[in-house]
Design a protein around this ligand. Structure first.
Ligand code: HEC
Length: 94
């Protein structure tokens, strides 16, 4: 009986740890919501989704100059994410 209890405890711990690590690494979509769309409409991003790497690198760097707070790793992730979307980001731009 006791053994089952410990197994259960380990499972709960595992779920908790997984849950927390997700919080530490917000997805690119979450970053867009919390970083970008707090300053301006998502439309401004949606209408530029067919742009390539150079455009997004320059644009994201310009947003940082305007006061966006983002760590360098997230910045890279978001540039990669945006340049890969083509004009098809239906969850975001419907
Ligand atoms: C501190 C406020 C702020 C944040 C945060 C911000 N922006 Fe902006 N953004 C602006 C302003 C102001 C403009 C319009 C002036 C300009 O284009 O320089 C703009 C314009 C843009 C444009 C249009 C540029 C063009 O070529 O016409 C795009 C695309 C854009 N932002 C994307 C983003 C993305 C992606 C993020 C998140 C990674 C973001 N912005 C975060 C303030 C912000």
């Amino acid at each position: 009986m006791r053994k089952i209890f410990y197994h259960f405890l380990v499972l709960i711990l595992f779920v908790l740890i997984m849950g927390c690590s997700e919080d530490n690494h917000p997805s690119e979509l979450e970053m867009l919501e919390t970083k970008c769309f707090t300053c301006h409409s998502r439309l401004i991003v949606c209408k530029n989704l067919d742009q390539g790497h150079e455009y997004w690198k320059n644009t994201v760097k310009r947003m940082v100059k305007k006061g966006m707070e983002i760590d360098p790793q997230s910045e890279m992730l978001i540039i990669d994410f945006l340049q890969g979307q083509g004009s098809d980001l239906s969850i975001l731009c419907k």
